[in-house]
Write a protein that binds this ligand. Structure first.
Ligand code: PEP
Ligand code: MG
Length: 319
């Protein structure tokens, strides 16, 4: 029965009792649009724009950016498309933005920090997005990567407004300090999106690119659940939405736990969408909450996974 539900799954993501949880796709450019739509994405929760420019020797012009953004935005009708501004540096080096001579690039002037150093480049990107969406029905949201605190958040919100963007502007929560004190700036932004890949890297002081440290990339770690709960609670209190767009969202049991922690949308690589949709639809919201509470009582990642699975009876149909 679940196999049929998975293959036939369409329509909005929701729990069994009808709590809507938009299920969105992570994309890197126009090449990923078809798969997103084919897998029933309700929009895009993370458009990694730096992927478009990995090989560019010079900074892309406003016109070049506008053309490729338009190609993506026009494919999604009136759906939500969340575009992340350039996340350059560390694991995503860009040739036209050479890194400084830093011993620890992941802790350096990367992502929004680099854009604060080159505000003209951020402004060009935001203006290209505003121009690209002009006249389209798309629900364009923009967000900044690697926001550490309210000062970073305020900088980005000002930049988005100055560039003429009128849709939602928000911040990624992927630095532990930002997750812990999300309440300080939840009211200053339109939304949060939690990046569990970097959040794990920084919470465990473990480089995400080092395979030997991969156990620290496990989003079931109770410390990760606590950080996510902190950000989601701050968002819920402020009446702000809080998505997850890191790899964690693609694990069906964890997707239920995230919803139980207060996360309001999930974005993942497109092929993961049907199973997450089916498993979410097999559980009520209160089952998700109980699974989240059970997982947070555990003292290890494997314990959290077991506790949550025990609290999610609909998973058994998956086998
Ligand atoms: C993340 O850090 O979880 C994230 C979604 O962004 P990226 O993997 O591109 O850094
Ligand atoms: Mg990240």
């Amino acid at each position: 029965a679940l196999a049929a539900a998975v293959s036939g799954a369409r329509g909005p993501g929701a729990t069994a009792d009808g709590k809507l949880v938009p299920l969105l796709a992570n994309i890197g450019g126009p090449a990923d649009v078809e798969s997103a739509l084919a897998h029933g994405a309700e929009g895009v929760g993370l458009f990694r724009t730096e992927f478009l420019f990995l090989d560019a020797a010079t900074a892309p012009t406003l016109e070049a950016q506008q053309a490729v953004y338009r190609e993506v935005l026009s494919a999604f009708g009136d759906k939500r498309v969340v575009v992340r501004t350039l996340d350059a540096g560390a694991d995503k080096p860009l040739a036209f933005l050479p890194a400084g001579d830093e011993p620890n690039p992941a802790l350096g002037e990367r992502a929004l920090r680099m854009m604060r150093h080159h505000p003209d480049m951020l402004d060009t990107q935001l203006r290209a997005l505003a121009a690209a969406s002009s006249g389209l029905p798309v629900d364009l949201w923009v967000m900044a990567p690697m926001v550490a605190d309210g000062d970073d958040a305020g900088f980005f919100m000002d930049a988005a407004r100055a560039a003429g963007l009128t849709g939602k502007a928000g911040v990624m929560i992927e630095i532990p300090a930002a997750a812990l004190r999300a309440r300080d700036f939840a009211q200053a932004v339109d939304f949060f999106s939690i990046g569990t890949n970097d959040l794990a890297q920084y919470a465990f002081a473990a480089d995400r690119q080092i395979g030997a440290l991969s156990r620290f990339q496990d989003p079931w770690q109770p410390a990760m659940l606590d950080l996510i709960a902190s950000a989601a609670t701050a968002a819920n209190t402020a009446g702000t939405s809080c998505g997850v767009c890191g790899e964690a969202a693609a694990d069906p049991a964890l997707a239920c736990v995230l919803v139980g922690l207060g996360v309001t949308s999930l974005s993942m690589s497109a092929p993961a969408l049907p199973l997450v949709r089916a498993v979410l639809a097999a559980h009520t919201y209160s089952q998700c909450v109980r699974a989240a509470e059970a997982a947070r009582r555990a003292t290890s990642a494997s314990g959290a996974r077991e506790m949550a699975r025990a609290a999610l009876p609909g998973l058994r149909a998956v086998g």
